[in-house]
Design a protein around this ligand. Structure first.
Ligand code: Y43
Ligand code: MG
Length: 207
């Protein structure tokens, strides 16, 4: 039996500002009062899982037990067909941690370049199709959890285009569009993204 989420406090168990912004916007219509793991000063757990599901559960349980509220985690990534699904669960790791103007961050341009370099090695006719995956895990302080998986298909373009969104958005062109995720407005990304797909299943299941 799926457990329903009562209105009230919810921790967004993510330290990625771009994700937190998107999840906040998706939650907005539902009478939920979200606070991020970063705002609460919760530590960032090590993502030792081998699957999106394992990592999403690990992050959700860590925040739920530390905060004493239900917690929603998102583990996501890019699967590139010609790279046999890489970077997959290691999508964030491919963007090494750097300091930008005194702030910690990840070097997304470098990460996108790494993917592009591996595609280029396979020649000009390489299959450029890719999919973004998003696994949402909702965990309660008593240890119960629900998991929902979303996906968005598309292809990778080069060079990166657009300033919106975050992460690999400037190179991902969703199926049926010619603009990248970083060129379409956030409302439109929320209508078609892997995160929106997983979120729709969460809404169906627990709201
Ligand atoms: O809509 C997206 N648009 C662009 N890039 C995206 C998206 N969704 C996931 N991604 C990429 C970047 C992210 O860093 C990685 C997921 O890694 P992942 O470990 O799940 O997230 P994270 O470490 O950035 O934040 P946290 O674990 O605190 O939620 O995939
Ligand atoms: Mg992470």
């Amino acid at each position: 039996m799926t457990r329903k989420l009562a209105p009230g406090k919810l921790v967004i168990a993510s330290h990625n500002a771009g994700k937190v912004r998107e999840i906040r916007a998706l939650l907005e219509p539902f009478g939920i009062d979200p606070v991020s793991a970063g705002d609460l000063g919760l530590p960032e757990p090590e993502e030792t899982g081998k699957t999106f599901r394992e990592n999403a559960l690990l992050k959700a349980h860590a925040s739920a037990s530390a905060a004493g509220w239900p917690a929603l985690a998102d583990d996501s990534g890019l699967e590139v067909a010609a790279l046999h699904g890489r970077p997959g669960v290691y999508t964030a790791d491919w963007a090494e941690r750097q300091w930008f103007e005194g702030n910690p961050g990840r070097d997304w341009y470098m990460a996108m370049g790494k993917v592009e370099g591996l595609l280029a090695e396979q020649g000009p006719d390489v299959d450029r199709s890719a999919a973004f995956i998003c696994t949402l895990a909702l965990a309660w302080p008593d240890g119960h959890a629900e998991v929902f998986e979303g996906r968005a298909a598309g292809h990778l373009d080069w060079p990166p285009r657009g300033k919106l969104g975050f992460g690999y958005d400037p190179v991902f062109v969703p199926v049926g569009k010619s603009l990248t995720y970083a060129e379409i407005d956030p409302g439109e990304k929320h209508a078609i993204s892997h995160r929106a797909d997983a979120f729709a299943k969460l809404v169906e299941g627990v709201f």
